[in-house]
Design a protein around this ligand. Structure first.
Ligand SMILES: N[C@@H](CCC(=O)N[C@@H](CS)C(=O)NCC(=O)O)C(=O)O
Length: 209
């Protein structure tokens, strides 16, 4: 049985959405945010204290872009996964990683040092710099995609989950209005998928940010 430790609307939403897209059984454990402080016993399970944390038998995973790839390869099938033989395999892997490493990480600096830290620990310079950085990368993505409906292979895949989550995060971070309209439209389209709604229902309650 697959078990996913999750905080509502955190990066672990990527894993939850992927589970729902593929349609495999899983057990969901929803934690308060941040679990490191608010569910200290969680450190016994995942020493990083972060979400996602997914177990599948002896397999343990903590990276939200790797998990959809793993689930797609092990339990999914095309169209959700892209096969190494396909021309867009490289574009697929690139988008999967780009969604987390390039589009999500800088936003977490903006969120943390603009909103989550107590007033005296906030860093306006970091917020301004990483806001600019994020907007620049979003504009670059718009150019890169050149109006394509999906980030790779001309269809919805695990890579779309990675990139779409980064766009979802621009809302609580406060950057949604500055995102290019083509990317806003892309997000609205992919997030209207039934599996996205099922993931939202499965996590219940309000998002954490
Ligand atoms: N690169 C990892 C980052 C995981 C991560 O930092 N998750 C955040 C939630 S969005 C977290 O658990 N933060 C709480 C903490 O760092 O204590 C991934 O993509 O899953």
């Amino acid at each position: 049985m697959i078990t996913l430790h999750h905080c509502r609307d955190a990066r672990s939403f990527r894993a939850l959405w992927a589970l729902e897209e593929i349609g495999i059984a899983y057990e969901l454990k929803v934690l308060p945010f941040p679990p490191r402080y608010r569910a200290r016993e969680y450190l016994q399970i995942n020493p990083f204290g972060t979400v996602p944390f997914l177990t599948d038998g002896a397999t343990r995973m903590t990276e939200s872009a790797a998990i959809p790839q793993y689930l797609a390869d092990r339990y999914g099938a095309p169209p959700f996964r892209v096969l190494p033989e396909e021309p867009d395999y490289g574009a697929y892997l690139n988008a999967l990683h780009f969604g987390e490493a390039t589009l999500t990480f800088p936003q977490t600096i903006v969120l943390r040092y603009g909103r989550l830290e107590p007033e005296e620990r906030r860093l306006p310079q970091a917020v301004a710099d990483y806001t600019k950085w994020t907007i620049g990368r979003l504009r670059g993505l718009e150019t890169w995609l050149a109006g394509a409906d999906y980030v790779a292979a001309g269809r919805f895949t695990a890579a779309d989950i990675s990139v779409a989550y980064a766009l979802m995060l621009t809302k609580p971070v406060g950057l949604w209005d500055q995102a290019p309209s083509s990317l806003q439209n892309y997000f609205e389209r992919v997030s209207s998928r039934p599996a996205f709604a099922r993931a939202k229902t499965a996590q219940g309650g309000e998002g954490i940010f």
